[in-house]
Design a protein around this ligand. Structure first.
Ligand SMILES: COC(=O)[C@H](Cc1ccco1)c1ccncc1
Length: 130
C-alpha cells in the first residue's frame, strides 16, 4: 500500500546516494562503467555476471531492489569480478584488486554506519509479502 511505496522510495534514495558517492571516488573509476568488451574480448567468457556502478544506478531507478541485501548482492559482483578477472601478480592486476577490496570495505562501512537495522527489516517484510 502507500506506506510500502514510501519505504521503497526512501530505500532508492539511500541506495542512489551510496552509489553516487562511490562513483565520485577516484579509486573506483574502473568500476563506474561496464568493462569494455571491445577492449577485453574474453571478458564475458570469464565473468558470467558483469556489474558496475552505472548499472547499479539503472537497477535502482528500475525498482529492481526491494532490500539493501539485494543491492549488496549486485554490488558484490563488481569487486568479485575484478578479483576473478585480474588475478595475476603484475602491478596492473594488483592495483585493480586493491581498489576492488577498497570498494568492498567502503560499501560495507557505509551500510554499517548509515543503515538502520529496523529499516532493512521493514524492507525484508515487504519483499516476503510480494
Ligand atoms: C573492472 O575493470 C576491469 O576488470 C578491467 C579489465 C581490463 C583489462 C584490460 C582492460 O580492462 C580493468 C580496468 C582497469 N585496470 C585493470 C583492469
Amino acid at each position: 500500500e502507500e506506506q510500502e511505496e514510501d519505504v521503497l522510495r526512501e530505500l532508492r534514495l539511500f541506495l542512489r546516494n551510496i552509489t553516487e558517492r562511490l562513483s565520485l571516488d577516484r579509486r573506483f573509476k574502473a568500476f563506474t562503467k561496464p568493462v569494455d568488451i571491445e577492449e577485453v574480448p574474453d571478458y564475458l567468457m570469464v565473468i558470467k555476471k558483469p556489474m558496475d556502478l552505472s548499472t547499479l544506478l539503472t537497477n535502482i531507478d528500475e525498482h529492481k531492489y526491494v532490500t539493501v541485501g539485494e543491492f549488496m548482492a549486485d554490488a558484490d559482483f563488481i569487486w568479485k569480478n575484478a578479483l576473478e578477472y585480474n588475478p595475476d601478480s603484475d602491478p596492473m592486476d594488483r592495483n585493480i584488486r586493491h581498489r576492488a577490496c577498497a570498494l568492498k570495505d567502503t560499501v560495507r562501512a557505509i551500510i554499517r554506519d548509515e543503515l538502520d537495522e529496523d529499516f532493512e527489516r521493514v524492507c525484508e517484510e515487504i519483499r516476503e509479502s510480494r
